[in-house]
Design a protein around this ligand. Structure first.
Ligand SMILES: Cc1cc2nc3c(=O)[nH]c(=O)nc-3n(C[C@H](O)[C@H](O)[C@H](O)COP(=O)(O)O)c2cc1C
Length: 178
């Protein structure tokens, strides 16, 4: 029987919401969810969903270390980031983090959505705004305000669909194992 381990890091709760939706959608009872801070013995799983908040275009070091330590596992990534509506940007984060996964693992894909940022970020934007950069800063403020609504119900639904699709594929690949 395959065991699924959901591991995540979340500073302000966005990624935790996604982690919980992902955990719910994992079929069967052989599953576990842990914040990486609490978890030391996380090598027991067969399938891993590793979640992170985006920190300067990548994941924090402890997430990257955790990823780099896994061998012979099936690994999916998920994450939240302040920047919304850009599949290209999500792809870039995915690639930045994916390189830490060793080749003897099976990579299952990634799911990203936007996540709200602290109000101090908006205040910083406002303070930075000049006549010269107004257009750019206004776009950043607009993105900030849109982010306040995320992760929303649709993001969580997307996360659950991502999980369902992965298990459908795994079942097709080697159903007896499940
Ligand atoms: C130090 C720091 C760096 C960040 N860097 C990025 C970034 O490079 N790109 C981005 O889109 N969001 C960035 N964010 C925004 C967070 O990734 C985003 O708000 C995320 O949803 C927070 O998740 P959490 O609630 O699980 O902590 C950054 C936030 C912080 C605090």
């Amino acid at each position: 029987m395959m065991k699924t381990q959901v591991l995540y890091k979340s500073r302000t709760g966005n990624t935790e919401k996604l982690a919980k939706a992902i955990f719910e959608a994992v079929p069967g009872k052989s599953k576990d969810i842990q914040s990486l801070d609490e978890r030391k013995d996380y090598k027991m799983g067969d399938v891993y969903f590793i979640g992170f908040w985006t920190d300067r275009g990548t994941a924090s070091t402890d997430i990257l270390d955790c990823l780099g330590s896994l061998q012979g596992k099936k690994i999916a990534l998920f994450g939240t980031c302040g920047m919304g509506g850009s599949p290209e940007y999500y792809k870039r984060i995915e690639e930045n983090v994916r390189v830490f996964i060793e080749d003897d693992n099976q990579y299952l894909g990634a799911y990203f959505c936007q996540g709200k940022m602290p109000m101090a970020v908006r205040e910083k934007y406002t303070a930075m705004r000049t006549q010269k950069n107004a257009r750019q800063i206004d776009a950043m403020i607009q993105n900030f305000d849109r982010a306040l609504l995320h992760p929303d119900a649709k993001d969580l639904e997307g996360a659950r669909a991502f999980v369902t699709e992965i298990y459908e594929t795994l079942e097709k690949d080697g159903g007896r194992e499940l």
